[in-house]
Design a protein around this ligand. Structure first.
Ligand SMILES: [Zn+2]
Ligand SMILES: [Zn+2]
Length: 391
């Protein structure tokens, strides 16, 4: 079966590499992926793969029904299509033609891998039972397209049993893939606090309510909270990243504001930090008689990989690439988490993307570059995984 998958993908690879270059050269920002989605639809049309488009904006959901006897599972494979507001300086021959917009997170690879796997699976229909759903989603880099696509029903009719996805990873070479079960990506929550004091002359702080002094203490208090409120065994990154207030050397301002990020791996820890920061602000402000406003925004869910699905994806990957055990989670966010939350038997793995011997630049860098070889490896792993699930 390995040779059958390799040969099927090998036949279509030149076309897919051209598509990868076309997507990379024409990056589109979150929820503006209209020409990328149109390109996806045109390829699905060409190969007779059924789909629905314009889901949650620019999302596309394809489906391939296996013809092997048996009831089979419904497996959803997911790719994201959006790019970032970055001016590309990768030096690639097929660099962005859209100034200020770049596929610096490798979503051009994700989209190309899924198209390649889709065409190959459509040619291998007799080798699997059940249904493969192909989810091309918008907006992963901003507010997330996965949750609205779920609300639009992509997990229903037929009901999805397993979701799988990959993300390119520049710390690994093309030809390697990384796997971790359990907690993998954090929730990237945000908070804002406005401290409302009473302004006045710098010479008479006793006649004012100094919001700057409260803000300064609050920064220390918030950053201590994560080490005192959360378990030392729970990874957390809690950072105050914005602080502002005041505009003159001799004026105590009326207000000061803080903003920051909370990255943890469970609803329990999220609630502890959401309430802890609020209580810290409330108690400090009460001590000085100041008032405050507080907003905590829950963004993507933590991404928790299923152990069995991770092992099955790794078993497929072992046949095509070198597999690596990832031991630590990342504090970054990833909206595939809405799929792992809705369908617990789901997992995402890392696909190495750096050309062997080349300097790796991180995701979201203007110099990030992913090898064309990733497309082949990613598609082989997806196809093998789908076939292995119907045996
Ligand atoms: Zn990204
Ligand atoms: Zn990404």
């Amino acid at each position: 079966m390995i040779n059958k998958i390799k040969n099927t993908i090998g036949e279509i690879l030149p076309e897919i590499i051209d598509i990868r270059h076309e997507i990379h050269q024409n990056p589109e920002l979150s929820f503006e992926e209209t020409s990328t989605a149109a390109l996806v639809c045109s390829i699905l049309d060409k190969y007779g793969i059924e789909y629905k488009s314009k889901i949650a904006g620019t999302g596309v959901l394809g489906a391939i029904r296996g013809e092997k006897p048996g009831s089979g599972k419904t497996i959803l494979l997911r790719a994201d299509m959006d790019a970032l507001p970055i001016d590309e300086k990768s030096g690639a021959a097929f660099a962005s033609k859209n100034p200020g917009v770049m596929h610096a997170c490798g979503h051009d690879i994700h989209t190309s891998v899924l198209l390649c796997a889709a065409i190959a699976l459509s040619k291998l229909r007799k080798e699997f039972s059940g249904t493969v759903k192909l989810m091309f989603q918008p907006g992963e880099e901003t507010t997330g397209g996965a949750e609205p696509m779920i609300k639009a029903g992509v997990l229903d009719d037929p009901k999805v049993d397993i979701c799988a996805a990959l993300h390119v990873e520049p710390s690994l070479n093309a030809g390697e893939a990384g796997f971790k079960s359990g907690a993998f990506y954090a929730c990237p929550d945000e908070f804002d606090i406005v401290i409302k004091g009473r302004g006045g002359h710098a010479a008479t702080p006793d006649k004012c309510l100094d919001p700057i002094a409260i803000a300064a203490q609050l920064v220390t208090m918030i950053e201590n909270l994560s080490t005192r409120v959360l378990s030392p065994l729970s990874p957390a990154a809690v950072s105050v990243c914005k602080i502002s207030g005041g505009s003159a050397y001799n004026v105590i301002p009326e207000s000061a504001s803080l903003g920051g990020s909370v990255r943890v791996f469970s609803e329990h820890d999220r609630a502890l930090m959401e309430n802890g920061i609020k209580n810290a602000a409330a108690s400090l402000c009460a001590a000085y008689g100041a008032d405050f406003e507080y907003e905590y925004r829950r963004l993507f869910l933590p991404l928790i990989n299923d152990e069995g699905v991770t092992a099955a994806l790794k078993a497929s990957a072992d046949k095509y690439v070198d597999t690596i055990a990832i031991t630590e989670p990342t504090m970054a966010g990833e909206d595939f988490s809405y799929l792992t939350d809705a369908v617990k038997t789901s997992a995402l793995f890392w696909l190495g993307s750096t050309e062997p011997g080349a300097a790796p630049y991180p995701l979201h860098s203007e110099k990030f570059f992913a090898s064309d070889k990733c497309v082949e490896y990613g598609a082989e792993i997806f196809c093998d995984f789908v076939l292995s699930q119907s045996r």
